[in-house]
Design a protein around this ligand. Sequence first.
Ligand SMILES: Cc1cc2nc3c(=O)[nH]c(=O)nc-3n(C[C@H](O)[C@H](O)[C@H](O)COP(=O)(O)OP(=O)(O)OC[C@H]3O[C@@H](n4cnc5c(N)ncnc54)[C@H](O)[C@@H]3O)c2cc1C
Length: 284
Amino acid sequence: MNAQKFEYTAPKTLDEALHLLAAGAKPLAGGMSLIPMMKLRLAAPEHLVDLGKLRDLNYIREAAGALHIGATTTHAELESSPILRQKCPLLAETAAAIGDVQVRNMGTIGGSVAHADPSADYPAALQALEAKLVLKGAKSERTVTAAEFFVDAFTTSLEPNEIIREVIVPVEEAGTGARYQKMPQPASGFAIVGVAARVRKSGGKIAFVRIGVTGLSNRSYRAPAAEKGLEGKAGSAAEIQNAAALVAQGVDANSDLHASAEFRRHLAAVHAARALKAALARTT
Ligand SMILES: Cc1cc2nc3c(=O)[nH]c(=O)nc-3n(C[C@H](O)[C@H](O)[C@H](O)COP(=O)(O)OP(=O)(O)OC[C@H]3O[C@@H](n4cnc5c(N)ncnc54)[C@H](O)[C@@H]3O)c2cc1C
């Protein structure tokens, strides 16, 4: 099936793009999700504005203890970025886990998070990293946390005329270990369940732990009960298992043709334990 007819504009500046979006156009980035939806007639925008050609949305910069990532930075650019691999390796590792080479070469971080697929990989890492997203409209700009941004399946706190301008993640403190671990859907690579963990120790005890989960339910989330279960512990195998068992606590798990809710809960605990164990091994 072909997409319905649409107008296409590749603006030269962000202001021009925002002006067109304010008039009702829809942003196009890598097209990896939007174009298939248009071909299936699940989306029928009349006017596409191609953000992918805007140079001022493609960057990874360090400023004030954080990394600022422009929305049209591709998964491949994140995966291979020396500064990201050194200063926020969890996000580079997560980008490398997405789909296949073609998808990673075309797909962008802004497009992925805006699409908010409940099985997308980035949301787990962004929740664990307590990332911020800068949302820009024609006349305003605001910053929201990942927890505020992801609202429901394919639903975010973006207003209709806003775009994601950049994603902000922390420069990891020395001694932080992190890991993204997922059960991929075999054909697409999407996470049936994915868990991101960040851990830091002090005096032999876990002083800092953040866990983000994707795929289990309609929206990604942090898992505070599991985090509290590990704080102050040495991180033994039994302590990790006990904490990981809490990762799906109170969460309404999805059930579909790929995995039942019960199996997803099981996968969440298994992959949380694996992510925590690997993250702890990277603290030294
Ligand atoms: C075969 C295949 C396998 C895949 N496997 C995985 C996987 O394993 N894990 C995973 O996480 N993802 C996977 N994906 C999805 C992939 O990561 C896409 O890159 C991503 O979902 C969409 O990014 P995009 O840049 O292509 O956005 P597009 O498809 O261009 O846009 C997606 C949506 O975001 C909007 N949008 C785009 N940019 C912005 C912006 N800056 N601000 C506001 N709105 C914006 C668009 O209007 C549209 O609604 C896969 C896709 C395919 C086709």
